[in-house]
Design a protein around this ligand. Sequence first.
Ligand code: C2E
Ligand code: MG
Ligand code: MG
Length: 685
Amino acid sequence: MQYASKMIILYGLAFFLSFYGMRLIHHFSNEKRYRNALLSGLIMGSVQSLLVILVHLSELVGMPDARFLIIGYTTFFYGPFAGIIAGFISSIVICIVNGTILWSLLLIQLINIGLYSLAYFYMHRKLKTPKYIEITLFVIITSSVVIFLASLIASDNTSYLLSLSYLPYLFVFASMLMCALLGISYQDKENQEFIRTLNVHSEELSLKNAEIEVLYSQASDQQLRLQDNLRKMIDYQERIEFLAYHDSQTGFYNREKLFDRLRHSRSEDLGCLGVMLLIGIKDSDKIEVSLGNVLIETLYYLVGIEIMSFFETISGGQMYSIGKGRYVILFNDDYENKEIIDVYRKLSERFVASIKINTIEMKINIIAGAINFTNETLEPEQWMEKCEFAMFDSGKMKGSNRITWFGQELLERHARELQMEKSLYRAIENQELYLMYQPQFNNNQVMCGAEALLRWRHPQMGEIPPGIFIPIAERNGLIDDIGKLVIQSACRYIYTNRSLFDHSAIHIPIAVNASFLELINPNFTERFLEILSQNEISTDQIKVEVTESEVSLHYSDLLQNLRLLFSSGIGVELDDFGTGYSSLNHLGIMPVQTIKIDKVFIDRILEDEKIGDLVEMIIDFTHRFRMKVVAEGVETKEQFLWLKQKKCDVYQGYYFSKPIREEQFSALIEGLIAENGNVDAEENS
Ligand code: C2E
Ligand code: MG
Ligand code: MG
């Protein structure tokens, strides 16, 4: 009894020590609290056990069973399972030492092992609880109870003692459980603290939430604005992409698109591209001056539409507008050059009729340059340059139904022209320029006038036609000197042959051609009259021919000079009528007395009914304005008869005479005088 009371007091002491120790340890172990609590319990339990061992040792010295109890306690540190096995072994050892088999003890250990196993499998495997808690609980409670009951039944001292030895386990477990519960309650407290903090945070969060909502609404406004901007950007992008490949004013494909096509074709199917045809408007720069910037764009648009619709029906080809009234058509290599020339001729016929721009009616001529694509690797700009070169050359030519092809021939001609340009300066000084006279005839085929036509006898190149060197002179500013030379030569000729020209039986006025560049000079008429008076020539003896296209283009500049010429009694003739830009309506207000229908029309009066009608209409109109009509380039009798029937007034052409030298012309006049003299004499007699 004394032993038992000491045991209880010591166990109680150990329990309280461990309890407060655990609380202490637990207090400092903030993290992994639950595990630390168990660990603390384990350590404290061990301390208790050690105390128990020491008590047993001191109290039970000399008692044989004490050794086995110590073994049993020590094995506790190896875990419950090892402890139980150790307990079982120690029971057997006790039996051997006592010399008797203590059946109750063995039975207790067997039940213990069975219960342990059951507890392990049931609680750990099925309930998945932490094994220390359940196993320890089952083993200790059941074995303590079973041993206690067994020792009561067996009245066996050793069993009784052994059952008591299980008590520290119970304390250990109780301590562990306590610690766990304390850990949980501590955690509870912490949880509450945490919940309080959470509430504070939650309030903060709701405040933040309100802020976020404001921000969100701002953001959605921003987003709407962004979407709007994005839409605008896409619109701009599309517009930019459109503009990148289209003319902003007209919507036609532009130069970039053309170059893109050429680049693409060059890398992939250049072979399929046959010809690039560049179409322009003749004298577009001059037209621009007369129409102004706004109307010229309208003209370019109208011309573009005409060309585009024409090629869409004929070749299905696309048209590219590359600016300044220039348009490109690409033909694939199915097209022969001949076919392209034919197609282009048909297109140029579309421009015979005049175009109406606002209230202004004007006739335009198209010009064209073309190039055959070769295997040469050239940049699109280079193909373009060559084509433009050809087109500008065609602009120098009369008429508008031919294409100039870029090639060796053109380059050589151009080189010759450059050479010519250089030698033109010298030509004036060296008197290489001279006049020929082409007689003009009336309906009775009697000579009634003549046109003075300039010739250049080049020492190396031979005879050069004015159609070639006059444009050069216009470009390099020599035209003024040349013009003066022409007027002087004609006047000198008339002066030296005044006996012929002043003869009363005839009146043969000489018409000289004047370039618009001369005529826009305000001093032109004054200078002209001066030369006339120097040579004592009356104003009815000479006429001035001015090209129709130029009159209509530089109308205001020219008008003054034409009026002055007219008021001075000098006749003004509108040359190359039909090839220029004026419409018939303009005739009435032009200070001219005669119009000269261009050879290109006369050439086709018999073949083309439409042209015939047009010429007839021009004659009618001209007569209504009390002007005379000269037909230029009459080459056949049929043409003459047709024109005569339509009441044309004067005829000039190879059918009657080619341009002839002064002497030949003088001889003709002499002949005429003689004829007329005879007629006069006959009449007088
Ligand atoms: P233009 O004033 O219309 O002159 C008529 C042109 O037609 C002349 O060519 C003449 O030889 C040619 N011609 C006349 N009848 C026929 C014909 O039946 N068949 C053919 N095939 N041709 C015919 P030309 O002399 O070569 O002159 C060409 C142009 O050069 C002239 O056309 C005129 O615009 C210009 N020109 C000539 N002389 C002068 C000049 O002194 N000053 C200026 N500024 N230009 C001139
Ligand atoms: Mg002429
Ligand atoms: Mg002419």
